[in-house]
Design a protein around this ligand. Structure first.
Ligand SMILES: Nc1ncnc2c1ncn2[C@@H]1O[C@H](COP(=O)(O)OP(=O)(O)OP(=O)(O)O)[C@@H](O)[C@H]1O
Ligand SMILES: [Mg+2]
Length: 232
């Protein structure tokens, strides 16, 4: 298994109040497969992804990625794990406002071991003609594409996508999903997509339903759809 998460627990404390974000969550996914996490707002989806991506820590439980138990890594070890293995597409795009499109992507390219060439990435996400623009000169969908370009330029083993399509119209959303699917097929990238949109589960090999921090249901899909054929 490429991802193996077992009995993951995480609570947040704000003042006196404890919020249980994950309760004994377990899931696993093979290399090159696509998993979708479905669940209502507040069900723990981003928390799970952040722990898997090494930007937050669990209270207990085990998270193995490509054989590495990441819960026991030091802060430096986690940073190295993120750098070497993980591409993030965040719920907010997190672009650097004073850098151009090309520069936003190069920041990541420059620290990557096996980057995909910049021009290839720009072409893949369909913004080759916008590489000298600044984020504020782009539409929301175009900014989303830059954030995807940044995640894939490092050719990560694991691509984590939080609400990939929430801000996009239907046609752009299908374009973006199809792009992710092509990347996964081409580079054997393991992909995890978080969404509120149950239709997106059609393109997944595995679907987990999260509710109140618990994995309620695991659905295996032996015939994942082409992203372009998804309808909602
Ligand atoms: N830094 C934090 N401090 C305190 N509570 C938090 C923090 N981050 C998340 N939570 C709480 O943990 C729970 C799970 O949050 P999480 O962000 O994982 O939900 P989500 O499923 O991603 O929701 P959404 O679909 O709205 O993005 C929520 O109740 C949330 O309020
Ligand atoms: Mg979230």
């Amino acid at each position: 298994m490429f991802i193996e998460i077992n009995d993951l627990c995480k609570s947040y404390h704000t003042g006196e109040i404890e919020t249980v974000a994950l309760k004994n969550a377990s899931l696993s996914l093979e290399k090159g497969k696509t998993g979708v996490i479905l669940g209502p707002s507040g069900s723990g989806k981003s928390t799970l992804m952040n722990i898997l991506g090494g930007i937050d820590r669990a209270d207990s439980g085990s998270v193995k990625v490509d054989g590495i138990e990441i819960t026991v890594l030091s802060d430096d070890g986690l940073a190295e794990y993120r750098r070497a293995k993980v591409g993030f597409i965040f719920q907010s795009y997190n672009l650097i406002p004073h850098l151009t499109v090309a520069e936003n992507i190069e920041v990541i390219e420059n620290i990557s071991k096996n980057p995909v060439p910049l021009d290839e990435v720009l072409k893949a996400v369909g913004i080759s003609d916008k590489k000298e623009r600044f984020p504020r000169e782009l539409s929301g969908g175009e900014q989303q594409r830059v954030s995807i370009a940044r995640a894939i330029v490092k050719n990560p083993d694991l691509l984590l996508c939080d609400e990939l399509t929430g801000a996009l119209d239907y046609v752009s959303a299908l374009d973006v999903l199809s792009l992710i699917q092509n990347i996964s097929r081409r580079f054997k990238t393991t992909v995890l997509i978080i969404t509120h949109n149950a239709a997106i589960a059609d393109m997944a090999d595995l679907v987990w339903k999260l509710r109140n921090g618990e994995v309620l249901d695991t659905i295996v899909n032996n015939t994942p759809a082409d992203a372009k054929e998804i309808v909602w």
